[in-house]
Design a protein around this ligand. Structure first.
Ligand code: A3P
Length: 327
C-alpha cells in the first residue's frame, strides 16, 4: 500500500526560484526550445523544468494512476488516444458518434504531467473510475516525483513506456521543431545536438534505458512498448496493454469487434480527419496538426544520409550493449 503523504500547500514554483535554478544548470542551444538546461542528467526547456519542479514537490499519485512515458516524437499522441479509448471503453464506446476523441485532442484528454499546474492534478477527469487518472510525461525515471517511484525505487503506479526507432524519432523531432519556424535549425546542427544527447528529455538512449531496465525488474509495473510493434500488430499490442493494466478484453468484447474499433478510432487516418486535430494550438505555439505528420515506419530514409544513419545506429548499439535491448 502507498503511504499517504501530507499535501504541502499549493504554490507554483516562483520566477525567482526558477531563475536561480536555471542559472545553476548547464545550458546549451536546444533543438526545439532556444535553450535547454541539464537537470539530473537530462535536458529540458525552462517551461518543462518549471513543471518538473512543481510535480516533484506537489504531485500526489493514486495507486491506480497510469503514466504514459515516452521520448518526444515516439508516438505519444497515438498512445494517449489508445489509452484513453481503452480505459474509458465502457463510458465511451469507440463507436459512439460523440466519443471525446472526436471533439478533443489526445493532449487535452491525457495531459502531460509537466505541463499541468499543481491545482490541475486532481481535477483531471480522463478515466471512468474517478480515482484513476491517466498522465503522460517525458520525464526520465530518476527525475519522476519520488511520490511515484517510491523512496526505495518501488513504483507506486503503473507505467506504460513507448519507444521508437531512434532515427525515425530524430527525423520526426527535426520536422516538428522546424514547423514553428520561429527558431529554425539546420538538419546538421539538430543532428549533432541529438547525437550529443542534447534534445528534449534526452539523452534519448539514457531515458529509454532507465525505463527498459525497470521494465525488466518490475514487469507488473512497467510495460515496455514499441511504435513499430504497434504498427505491425496493433491487435496483439492492445491486448497486451489491456492485460497489463488489469482491464483485459472479455470474450464478448473481442467477438463484438471492440478491439478493432479502438484501433480504428485511434488510427492516423481517423485522427487526422478530426477537426480539432487539424486546427488550434497546443502549448508554446505548436499547432495541434503538427503532432500528425506521416505516421510511418522508416521515414528516416527520406531525410538522413547513410553516414548520419550509421552514426545514430552506432551510438544506439554502444549505449544499449549488454542491456538486452536493441532498437
Ligand atoms: P512522424 O513525424 O514520423 O510522422 P509524438 O506524439 O510523440 O509527438 O509523436 C509524433 C509522431 O507520431 C509523428 O511521427 C506522428 O505522425 C506520429 N503519429 C501521430 N499519431 C499517430 C497515429 N495515430 N498512428 C501512428 N503514428 C502517429
Amino acid at each position: 500500500m502507498m503511504e499517504p503523504r501530507p499535501a504541502p500547500p499549493l504554490q507554483d514554483v516562483d520566477n525567482q526560484e526558477l531563475e536561480n535554478l536555471l542559472s545553476s544548470l548547464p545550458k546549451e542551444r536546444g533543438i526545439i526550445p532556444s535553450y535547454s538546461y541539464q537537470y539530473q542528467g537530462f535536458w529540458y526547456s525552462p517551461i518543462t523544468l518549471q513543471g518538473i519542479i512543481n510535480c516533484q514537490k506537489y504531485f500526489q499519485p493514486r495507486e491506480n494512476d497510469i503514466f504514459l512515458v515516452t521520448s518526444p516524437k515516439s508516438g505519444t499522441t497515438w498512445l494517449k488516444a489508445i489509452l484513453f479509448a481503452l480505459v474509458n471503453r465502457e463510458a465511451h464506446p469507440p463507436q459512439d458518434p460523440h466519443h471525446p476523441l472526436l471533439s478533443k485532442t489526445p493532449h487535452q484528454l491525457v495531459p502531460f504531467l509537466e505541463f499541468l499546474h499543481p491545482s490541475e492534478y486532481d481535477s483531471l477527469c480522463n478515466s471512468s473510475d474517478s480515482s484513476s487518472r491517466i498522465f503522460a510525461t517525458h520525464i526520465s525515471l530518476g527525475t519522476l516525483p519520488k511520490a511515484i517511484t517510491g523512496d526505495s525505487g518501488s513504483l507506486n503506479c503503473k507505467i506504460v513506456y513507448l519507444c521508437r526507432d531512434i532515427k525515425d524519432t530524430f527525423v520526426s523531432l527535426f520536422h516538428f521543431g522546424n514547423n514553428k519556424k520561429t527558431s529554425p535549425i539546420s538538419l546538421e546542427d539538430a543532428f549533432n545536438l541529438y547525437c550529443k544527447g542534447i534534445s528534449s528529455a534526452g539523452p534519448i538512449w539514457d531515458q529509454i534505458l532507465g525505463y527498459w531496465k525497470e521494465s525488466q525488474k518490475n514487469q507488473h509495473k512497467v510495460l515496455f512498448m514499441r511504435y513499430e510493434e504497434m504498427k505491425d500488430e496493433p491487435y496483439l499490442q492492445l491486448r497486451r496493454l489491456a492485460n497489463f493494466l488489469g482491464i483485459p478484453f472479455s470474450q464478448e468484447e473481442e467477438s463484438s469487434g471492440l478491439v478493432d474499433q479502438i484501433i480504428s478510432i485511434c488510427s492516423f487516418e481517423s485522427m487526422t480527419k478530426v477537426d480539432v486535430n487539424k486546427t488550434g494550438t497546443f502549448v508554446d505555439g505548436f499547432n495541434n496538426s503538427s503532432f500528425f505528420r506521416k505516421g510511418v515506419v522508416g521515414d528516416w530514409k527520406n531525410c538522413l544520409t547513410a553516414d548520419m544513419a550509421s552514426r545514430l545506429d552506432q551510438i544506439t548499439e554502444e549505449k544499449f550493449r549488454g542491456s538486452g535491448l536493441s532498437l
